[in-house]
Design a protein around this ligand. Structure first.
Ligand code: SAH
Length: 249
């Protein structure tokens, strides 16, 4: 639960969203918790400046994962959080973006709550919001998009399990997380289910980081653009007319 107070009792786990990258996008509550922490577990998408907001006395444990390269299995991370909380430590679990948007925060919270540990959730700015702000395009717009969906493009066993029909709707913005690997399938399926190949699309690499980059394309040219620029994760794929409003530096 989001706690209204400013205290951080021993034995609590604060599950914190670090935002998309830029340290200035951290919430004040997150910043305060980092100052109060005794031990911190953090992921690979958290920028080093944010990790350094913790006093140097705080124990820092890197539990980062990148696609296919799990530093620590998820169960192990949850188990560590549980052990630290049981040892009455003030524990911060720092995740990229928001902990409840494709961050597996729900799983970590469930295990802790099941064992009677107090969990505090501190939301963060999710990648889609960071990308839209960084490149100046709205996710919804009265003339272009009445809805915006956040989708995982996680590629498993050579396919992606999504409701393509529901996604391929006019006047809708689609923000696809973890979609780089499955880009060809995504572009093909959305067109097969009725979205025009001319629909604006963009791959946005490391939004709000100093080396952020946008690769504008259309649904039809997306796979080719990604290949030409060798776009690698972490990148967000955004599809929809609003993308045409982006400022291209
Ligand atoms: N909880 C995170 C998402 C974790 S899933 C959030 O709310 O943002 C990891 C995926 O998020 C990456 O593969 C990428 O698709 C996306 N992502 C995270 N940070 C990003 C950034 N700064 N720029 C672009 N995409 C990002």
């Amino acid at each position: 639960m989001l706690s209204r107070g400013s205290e951080f009792p021993a034995g609590r786990v604060a599950l914190i969203g670090a935002g998309p990258g830029d340290p200035e996008l951290l919430t004040l509550k997150a910043y305060r918790r980092l100052q109060q922490a005794e031990v911190m577990l953090y992921d690979n998408l958290v920028s080093p400046e944010i990790v350094d907001f913790c006093p140097s006395t705080v124990e820092r444990i890197y539990v980062g994962k990148s696609a296919g390269n799990h530093t620590l299995p998820q169960e192990e991370i949850s188990r560590r959080l549980l052990d630290l909380a049981r040892a009455s430590r003030r524990v911060v679990r720092l995740k990229g973006g928001d902990p409840f948007v494709f961050g597996r925060g729900g799983e970590e919270m469930a295990l802790l709550v099941e064992h009677g540990i107090e969990v505090e959730i501190v939301p963060g700015i999710t990648a889609a919001l960071g990308a839209a702000a960084a490149f100046g395009f709205p996710l919804t717009h009265r003339d272009h998009a009445q809805s915006c969906v956040f989708v995982t493009g996680h590629y498993k066993d050579h396919s992606i399990d999504l409701n393509w029909q529901a996604l391929a709707q006019p006047q809708q913005t689609i923000a696809i997380y973890m979609g780089v690997k499955g880009l060809d399938i995504i572009a093909r399926q959305l067109q097969a289910h009725g979205l025009p190949g001319t629909t604006p699309a963009a791959l946005i690499y490391r939004a709000t980081w100093p080396n952020q980059k946008i690769y504008p394309a259309t649904l039809a040219t997306l796979p080719e653009v990604a290949r030409r620029h060798a776009v690698a994760p972490p990148a967000l794929l955004v599809i929809g007319d609003v993308v045409a409003l982006a400022e291209n530096p």
